[in-house]
Design a protein around this ligand. Structure first.
Ligand code: HSE
Length: 400
């Protein structure tokens, strides 16, 4: 074996994706899964860095006599819940369920009743499609009898660990920066690498946890209208098509410098450099120019009003700003709340000064104050329950 391949194999920590048929006796009847939304890129970390936010979707799936999907909450009026009699559907939860059952060897997928309670805004850059994919995969795997394992624990015949789940989710989503925080929680740094161990699988993903600076909070402007998109994936695809296929070296260097600074700033809790570390030249300029007339003015207004950093959330259209959070000091907390208010007011003013083009395209919007979360996707109910009581893909595991 050539030396380089041996070195690569030794360095590889990812599990191979090996389908294992689960005995029918282990199948479950019902499962309820919670998955957080997420914000991706954080400016320069395009397709690499994402942060879970404390906004949750709940997906409930049970075996039934026919397929059905219902949705309440965010996107209920616009997400198509059509599903064919064999379970074929464009709905991301159903597509992920299909993949999970196939992976676990329960084919064809059995009839399922699915209900989604959505709090994560759809088509907005809050990782709603990743939440659907991760939730559908976990639900399908658990129903088919898989046991959940924490990252790095000993293998069991029917177990699936979060890293395996990450591979499956990335295969559907195509980029890992939302699915990794949706699974693990926290801020995740992900990379895709060529697989050398399993010739059937071309690429794998690995993800590492980055610390969330103490008390960090986010001010988000979420435009209300993204109705022309069928779902979050369609929107992301359209927004990716706006990007230049090649980039000048100086812009690549610009982003390398800032992504490295961002990782260092998160480790040190060094909020004051974030105004540099959240700048980007790979996607925000093109998206701002071609699709998001509100982006530049709102990002600048937020920084001028005291935000530590500002960026386009994922593929947009949400504008995200980083503010200081609670420090435990009551007087400091007051000034932090004032900072969030001042940032929101400044963004609102910038929005008001924009021409009709923004309103026609994206409508009016809402401001949210959001906290990051260290907690990732987890199972809140399973029937029958897990044998060892372990019911989470936990955020602690994402800290590796
Ligand atoms: N990194 C992706 C968003 C992930 O959903 C993009 O900016 O297109």
């Amino acid at each position: 074996m050539p030396h380089s391949q041996a070195a690569l194999e030794a360095a590889s920590v990812e599990p191979a994706l090996k389908k294992q048929k689960v005995p029918a006796s282990l199948r479950r009847n019902k499962v309820v899964v919670r998955v957080p939304g997420s914000t991706a890129n954080l400016g320069p970390g395009f397709d690499a860095i994402g942060m879970a936010v404390d906004i949750w979707n709940e997906i409930s799936v049970e075996r039934s006599t026919a397929f059905s999907i219902t949705t309440s909450g965010e996107g209920a009026d616009r997400i198509s819940t059509e599903v064919a009699s064999d379970g074929a559907s464009k709905h991301m939860v159903m597509r992920a369920l299909q993949r999970a059952f196939e992976y676990a060897g329960e084919v064809p997928m059995p009839p399922l009743r699915v209900h989604c309670r959505n709090m994560v805004p759809v088509c907005s850059g809050f990782g709603s499609s990743s939440a659907a994919i991760v939730g559908g995969l976990i639900a399908g795997l658990v129903l088919s009898g898989k046991e959940l394992r924490v990252r790095g624990s000993n293998s069991s015949a029917n177990g699936i660990d979060p890293e395996e789940l990450l591979q499956l989710a990335n295969q559907i989503e195509g980029h890992p920066d939302n699915v990794a925080p949706a699974i693990y929680g926290g801020i995740q740094l992900s990379l895709v690498f060529d697989k050398v161990l399993d010739p059937d699988v071309q690429q794998e993903v690995m993800s590492r946890h980055l610390p969330i600076p103490s008390g960090l909070r986010l001010v988000a402007y979420v435009p209300s209208e993204a109705a022309r998109f069928g779902n979050g994936s369609d929107k992301t695809e359209e927004m990716r098509n706006l990007l230049d296929p090649t980039i000048p070296r100086k812009d690549a260097v610009f982003n390398i410098q800032r992504t490295a600074l961002l990782v260092d700033a998160l480790h040190r809790g060094d909020l004051k450099v974030l105004r540099h570390a959240t700048k980007d030249r790979l996607h925000q300029p093109m998206r701002g120019e071609k699709a998001y007339p509100h982006l530049n003015d709102m990002m600048r207004a937020a920084l001028d009003a005291g935000a530590h950093g500002s960026f386009l959330s994922g593929a947009g259209p949400t504008v995200m700003c980083i503010c200081s959070g609670a420090s435990g000091d009551i007087f400091a907390q007051k000034s932090e709340e004032r900072q969030e208010r001042e940032v929101t007011d400044a963004m609102r003013k910038a929005l008001g000064a924009l021409d009709e083009k923004h309103v026609q395209t994206w409508g009016h919007g809402d401001f949210y104050i959001v906290s990051p979360t260290e907690k990732g996707a987890h199972v809140t109910f399973a029937d029958p329950a897990f044998s060892d009581g372990l019911a989470t893909f936990g955020s602690l595991d994402g800290r590796l």
